[in-house]
Design a protein around this ligand. Structure first.
Ligand code: ATP
Ligand code: MG
Length: 336
């Protein structure tokens, strides 16, 4: 299994729950694991009944598991501040206030939140993942995540063009330098070029990692809306040359015992029958296999129930070791 594992799906289907359960299972298998939530509702904190912030911290009572929660809204603010600071060194004071106005406006545009979210999780893959053999993400709902996965190529091309223009303009500027006056702008150390270049590398890293070192699972509930959405999501991944590894069906209605009667039992039986049809549809129509069927519990999934859910996941935990055949189960690597 790849180092980075993502659980996508519609809002509320159980992404955070399943991510935490899977991370728990990886940690139990002796794999140094980090679970990352990008959910502003702090639901990882709820699952483990412990507050987490934007630095990884050990989860109490689960050996080998760390957790962190990034708030995309905070990331967005940090991002804006960074842009402001770096621009104020590069443009005139008069332009700074106009740029500020534009930045404030761009903050509110659709997509800004998703872009911040994307930056946040790519940032984690790049900067926080070193001490871990597995990093599990409870991603944002399907649609926006998918759009973000398209960004690397799109922005890569765009940045290439910007780089080309900037180089041209610098060349012209140098040619225009008169006599022994030094040209003010040089390619070497040009702050705008450097920034663009860094951005491009960031997106290239994201694209490469998503393609080569990440596995995607989709969580669904056994109802028509969720099944339809899952179908669209699978297509979206396929269009981007990413394969959905498996589907996790969550919140299945438990069957009553055969001798149970009455309105409640009848309701449950009918409900179970409907859900079976939906899951049959999932098995027939979709390529990725169903890797778990998790029943609805009477309470939110925490504590011991989390371990039960973890046990229901038929998702491997071991870590590929670049083809040399060894695994993290090796004591040497597990000790890292
Ligand atoms: N199998 C289950 N049985 C009972 N409750 C569940 C189950 N799975 C999830 N829940 C509960 O449903 C709620 C939503 O689950 P969760 O937070 O994991 O969904 P999510 O997909 O991450 O939601 P969001 O899209 O808002 O991030 C939580 O209160 C969780 O405890
Ligand atoms: Mg969530």
């Amino acid at each position: 299994m790849e180092r980075f594992v993502f659980f996508g799906g519609k809002g509320g289907v159980g992404k955070t729950t399943v991510s935490c359960a899977y991370a728990h299972r990886c940690a139990d298998a002796g794999i140094r694991t980090l679970v990352v939530s990008t959910d502003p509702a702090h639901s990882v904190s709820d699952v483990f009944d412990q507050r987490f912030g934007d630095d990884p911290e050990p989860v109490d009572g689960i050996e080998g598991l760390d957790a962190m929660e990034i708030d995309p809204e905070d990331e967005m603010q940090r991002h804006l501040q960074e842009i402001r600071e770096s621009l104020s060194e590069q443009v005139s004071a008069a332009m700074v206030s106009e740029i500020n106005r534009q930045l404030e406006m761009s903050h509110g545009t659709p997509g800004a939140y998703e872009a911040a979210l994307f930056d946040a999780f790519v940032g984690v893959m790049r900067e926080e993942s070193d001490p871990y053999d597995r990093v599990v993400f409870d991603t944002a709902p399907t649609g926006s995540t998918l759009r973000l996965l398209g960004l690397p190529e799109f922005l890569g091309d765009w940045i290439d063009r910007l780089l080309y223009k900037r180089k041209q303009s610098i060349d012209l500027f140098e040619k225009a330098a008169i006599g022994d006056m030094e040209p003010r702008r040089l390619m070497e150390g040009d702050p705008v070029l450097e920034r663009l270049q860094r951005r491009k590398e960031f997106f290239e890293f994201a694209g490469d990692t998503m393609r080569n070192d990440a596995a995607f699972y989709l969580v669904l509930n056994p109802d028509q809306l969720s099944v339809n959405e899952t179908g669209r999501a699978i297509e979206g991944f396929t269009e981007r040359d990413l394969r959905v590894r498996g589907l996790v069906a969550n919140k299945l209605t438990p069957s009553p015992d055969d001798d149970e009667e009455g309105r409640g039992a009848t309701y449950l039986r009918n409900r179970v029958a409907t859900e079976r049809e939906r899951l049959d549809q999932v098995r027939e129509e979709f390529e990725p296999p169903l890797v778990a069927e998790i029943e609805s519990r009477t309470r939110e999934v925490r504590g011991d129930v989390l371990a039960e859910v973890a046990a229901a996941l038929d998702i491997e935990t071991d870590v590929d070791d670049d083809g040399d055949g060894s695994h993290v189960d090796d004591p040497v690597r597990a000790d890292r």
